[in-house]
Every structure is written in structure tokens, then in C-alpha cells.
Design a protein around this ligand. Sequence first.
Ligand SMILES: [Fe+2]
Length: 391
Amino acid sequence: MEKSFPALQMGQLVCGRGSIAFLKTLQKQRVAVLYDSRVFNERARADLCALLGGDVRFIADILGEPTLDDIRTAVNALGDFAPELFVAIGGGSVMDVTKAVWLLYEHPQLDLADAFKPFQLPAPAGKADIAAVPTTSGTGSETTCCAVFTNTQTQEKQLMLGFEIVPKYAILDPNFTDTLPGLVAAHTGMDALSHAMEAAVCKAASPLVISIALGATLDLLENLPLSVNEGEGRKAYAREQCHYAATMAGVAINNCSAGLVHALDQPGPYFGLPHGLVCGLLLPYTTAFHSPHPVYAQMAGRLGFAGSEAQRCAQLVDYLWAFQTKVGVAHSFKELGVDEAAFMDRLAAFAAVVDTSMAARLSPRQPTQVEAAEILRAAYYGERPAAPAKA
Ligand SMILES: [Fe+2]
């Protein structure tokens, strides 16, 4: 049998202030745009029409967490329009709906239920491409093979998974991030940091993934506090760096897997907490659980920490704890006002996911349900995690 070698899968990534102008170089005459009107207002939409010329239609304004109904509504709005390009301008929600609408446009006969069979999507028919223009810096959806939807009838999350839905182009124009509220920048940035740190230690990470994930981790640690707290001048630069790093973190997880933070993000949807906030809250706890780890030690070394592998990992966990305070992310669910009895009542159910979650399985050490429950319990009360620090 021939030996196989790891390869890095991603779309074409374009970056720079004003890089939305790249869309014009694609020379598409019929363009369907899905967007979020809170960041892509009427004036911006008029500018896009002027830039592209041709027949540009705005088919869906996606404002909340994406649902299966959003897919159906956007497909209906598309009608018999035959775009050559789908453009998604917004956060993860807009990009996720665009992936699904594109899939059903490519394959009109595909049953929506079949679209949710993991990694069993049909090959593209070649009618149109997707260009994603993220306006937040966190989900990485512009580079990933995943789209998440809520089924409003059952309130369950449904995942669409397949490399076919990775956008062909990701256009990283930081001009869209300048007006992001600090809190959104903090939460989405912590989501990106979790992607980067989890990919870096994922069991399936190749050397290329580790290199990208380490770089993204350090860029986010350096720039996120400035991006959240600074005045306009340095903030704009920091936001730009975070924007690029968040996408590279997305490339990293797309080429291996997210990890334990993402497996344990069960209280997020259950209590209506932002995904990035829950990721950021859990990160020191899971980092301590996986320590010592040689890649964490490498990360800590690049941050300037010295000592044995275990000592450097312990310092990294302390650093993350202080980092939460710097960017305004809570240490505990209790601090967020989550009801204690309701949380403890669900604790076992939240923890049970680690037996079946791919993210838990591919993390450096798959916890038992008891260990996972202990991580969540400590995170509820804000019991400061500590990595074993023996030399
Ligand atoms: Fe995430």
C-alpha cells in the first residue's frame, strides 16, 4: 500500500483592508449575496453592486443563530435566479446558511435530511462558487467544512459536514471588524483562540497544522487584549491581526479537529450563552487537564516562560487565567449568573458527550464522564485550575 502524507486543505485566502474589491476580479455576472444588515448596510450593499456590475441580488438578511427555516427561506428567495457566485458577508451564521443554500442550489434534488449525513455530500455540480467575507474574527466558518443549524421544532443543533462546502474564497477584509463591539471581539476572539490551542495539540494534527495553530495562538494572545481594550489607532491594527489569526485557526481545526472545550460547550446552547464566551471560560480548565503537553510547553516557551515541560505548562495555564481577566471573560459559570441547581442538574448529561464526541476523542487525553463532569463542576464555581508543575 502506498504511504499517504498529510496535506493542508483550504480555499484561496485573500487579505488586506479593502480586499472585498477582490470579488470584482472573479468576473461573475450573476451574484447572490447573503448578509447581515447590521454590518453590511444599505450603503455598503449599493457599493457592492457598483463594484461588481452585473446582476447582484441580496437574497437573505441573517440576523440570528441560523435555523433550518433560514435555509428554506433563502432557497425560496433565490427562486429561479442562477448565480455563478454566492457571496456571504457576515459572521458564522451568514456563512453557514450560504453553505447550505449553495449546496441545495448545486443539487436541487437533494433532500435536506440527506444534507445532514456527515461527510456524505455529493460532489459539486460546478454551477457556482462561494466567496466568504467574514465580519467577525472567530468562527473560522470561512475556511471550515462545517455549518451549524438549529432545528426550531426540536431545538436541537444539526451539523452539516463535508469538504464540499468549504468556501472557495475567503476574503479577509478587516475594515468590517473596526466597528465590532468590544464584547463581541472578546467572545469571538476567545473562540478563535480555542480553535488554535485545540488544533495545536489535537491527536490528528500534522506538523503543518501545529505550525499554523501555534502562530495563530501567539498572534491572538498578543493582539486580542488590544483589540478589545485599546483606543482607535492600535486597536485597528490589533483587530486586523486577530482577523487573520482567527481564519488561520479555522484552517487549523479544519485540517484536524477542535478539542475538549468544544466537546464540553454543552452549557452554552442550553443556557443561551455565546459560544465564544463559553470556550474562553473553559480554556484554562481543559489546558490544565491536558497538561503537561510538549506543544503547550513550546507555546509557553515562545511566550517567554522557562523551566521543565510541566513547569512551562503550569505557567501557561496561569497566563490563560490572567488573560481571561484582561479581555473581560468570566472565570466561572456562576459569575455569569447561571443557576446552580439547573447547572448541576444537567452536569452528567453535559459530561456524557465526551464518550461520543470526535473533538473529545481527538483531544490529547479523552476524559471519562466523571473527569469531564469534574472539569465542568470546577468551571461552574471558578475553582482555579492548576497544571501539575513538578519538574
Ligand atoms: Fe468554536
